[in-house]
Design a protein around this ligand. Sequence first.
Ligand code: CU
Length: 354
Amino acid sequence: MTEPQGTLQLPPQLSTIAPEVDDMYYVIYWISVVFFVAIVGATVYFSWKYRRRPGHSSKPPGHATALEIAWTVAPLFLLVWLFHAGFTTYLHGTVAPQNARDIRTRAMQWNWEFEHEGGVIDELNVLKIPVGEPVRIIMSSSDVLHSFFIPAFRVKRDAVPGMYTTLWFEATELTDTRACETDADCPEAHMCGRAGECVLPLFCTEYCGAPQGITDSAGRNTNHSTMLADVRVITREAYDEFLELGPPPPAECEGSENQPACWGEKLYTSNGCNACHSADGSAAPGPTWQGLWGRQGSFVDGGNYVADENYIRESILQPQAHIVTGYAAVNMPPYRLSDRQIDAIIAYMRTLSE
Ligand SMILES: [Cu+2]
């Protein structure tokens, strides 16, 4: 596999549409160079040829209709052709192929959230995509105008509050995820991502943020120029596995002695379970999770249960299947969590029953 090379002006072409976009760019670039040289050259030449000299007086030229028509019509053809070629490329980048994988993308100050098929929501600011498959990005914004830009793919479009915008691309190369400490350790057009591995950068190119260097209480950036996401092009197999298993445990839980429970506790708050379930036995709209694991209970429509793995799994995915006695007044919404995430929640619940 040869590394696609960038040029002095443009980064390497890592998507199927990149060559088409670059060709268009170079056509316009060279047309501009040719006209620039011709016009400036003629100006300089005529200024010298018809400079003021003693014994020469000006002889104003007459009117050359044929010449005037020629230099009006010739650029017209050129411009119409340029419009046609540019618009065709634009349409290629806009209309996604039928078999494209959908990724819902939510832009917010100052993060990117990606939701894949089946409702799998990845870690914030991490975009995983399969190589060699068209991917459609369906964007929305929850606050202000943002703009989605991946230079190596030559795609860019605004994320607008109150409407959906889409774009699509097909990545042609796996991301070289070698370990890194700074961007300089990574190949051309890559940056050193949050996991200490090289990734492709996804920028927000809209000025959507506060002044430099302001961070919120959680230490997150609140500055649009650092509203960066890591793009990782992975194999189809790895992508399918990701869709099935969901996102991996968060990095903060690495090295924790009960990693699944640590992850489960994070999911408890990040999914808002804590709004209805307490972890310490205190009263809440839903049953407390303290002592839930292994507890015996009854349903409003009769029947008893013991809270085991299958029961908890069903309670999360289809909460309305069985209603716990005493809790018929509040409806728990169904959650789309992966098996691994449910396992993590169960691991956390178990720590509340010890
Ligand atoms: Cu932004």
